[in-house]
Design a protein around this ligand. Structure first.
Ligand SMILES: C[S@@+](CC[C@H](N)C(=O)[O-])C[C@H]1O[C@@H](n2cnc3c(N)ncnc32)[C@H](O)[C@@H]1O
Length: 279
């Protein structure tokens, strides 16, 4: 396995790239740049592990959801192409037009012709090529859910997401659920909302035919937003089962957004009809 130190060494020796992304930690005194550098390293390490399992003779296509300035995709492009004699192609999507323009400029400066950036919502993105791997680093709130839904709809083999803020559930767990004596307390409600949100996302992915693993991408002291969802699609065509997701959503009355990205046909909505047809 290629270790984090090796990934960091490769990124540090990527010349222009770090300066263009303002992530030159040897020069920088800015804690945010150092944090971003370490988050990117932790994320790249996990993608490298996924790439290790791919055959070397075909192009791997990666979709970066809510790419922002695309620190992650630029770093991945640089590091993966130095580690593997393979073709890679990257799509980035973000609602911020100015950042997408910036990404295009950085791409052109670096001569990375294997990257295409799109402005717009993740859920509406229309990449021309079939997607192998969907990634998202700190996609705000429901943007992580759009990432997961898009990954499932595109039939991505891997979905790797490090969520950002988990706001949608917090306001809905003040009353009317079995753990109300815990969520009465503001701090516990915050922490429980985070856990419940990631559990709902993980159960949704499991129901849609993915094997899900949750890890800490980097230590807490490096970045508190360090929980990473790693989902790998199981082989074969199946009818998938959303029962556990539905039960949790109902028990906590979360009205969680993930289901809303799927049509009735894709996703059974009646009690007792818990199946979803996946690619
Ligand atoms: C916290 S930033 C993270 C950016 C980048 N991944 C990084 O790690 O630097 C979140 C980004 O999500 C984008 N965003 C929010 N909702 C979105 C959506 N529904 N579709 C696409 N992008 C979205 C914002 O414009 C912003 O650039």
């Amino acid at each position: 396995m290629i270790k984090r130190e090796k990934v960091a060494e490769l990124l540090k020796s990527s010349g222009d790239l770090l300066q263009l992304l303002s992530m030159d930690i040897e020069q920088s005194r800015d804690d945010r740049e150092v944090k971003k550098f370490n988050e990117v390293i932790g994320f790249v390490e996990q993608v490298v592990e996924v790439i290790e399992g791919y055959p070397r003779d075909r192009e791997i296509v990666i979709l970066d959801c809510s790419c922002g300035k695309s620190y992650l995709s630029f770093a991945l492009n640089n590091i993966l192409s130095r580690l593997y004699p393979m073709q890679f192609f990257f799509y980035g999507v973000d609602t911020n037009k100015a950042l997408i323009e910036k990404c295009n400029q950085i791409r052109d400066r670096l001569g990375y012709s294997n990257m295409r950036f799109m402005d717009g919502r993740i859920i509406e993105a229309q990449p021309e090529k079939p997607i192998d791997i969907v990634v998202a680093l700190h996609a705000c709130d429901v943007a992580t859910d759009e990432t997961i839904a898009k990954g499932i709809k595109l039939g991505a083999k891997y979905i790797l997401a490090v969520p950002c803020c988990e706001n949608q559930v917090r306001g809905r767990i003040k009353r009317g659920h079995p753990l109300v004596d815990i969520t009465d307390f503001g701090l516990l409600r915050y922490r429980f909302a985070d856990i419940l949100t990631e559990a709902l996302r993980s159960q949704f992915l499991t129901g849609a035919g993915y094997v899900v693993k949750l890890i800490e991408m980097v230590p807490q002291k490096v970045s508190p937003k360090n929980l990473m969802i790693i989902a790998r699609r199981k082989k074969g065509k199946k009818k998938y089962n959303m029962e556990r997701y539905y039960k949790m959503d109902k028990a906590f009355n979360t009205k969680f957004v993930l289901k809303s990205y799927f049509s009735e046909q894709e996703f059974g909505s009646e009690v007792g009809d818990y199946s979803v047809n996946c690619l």
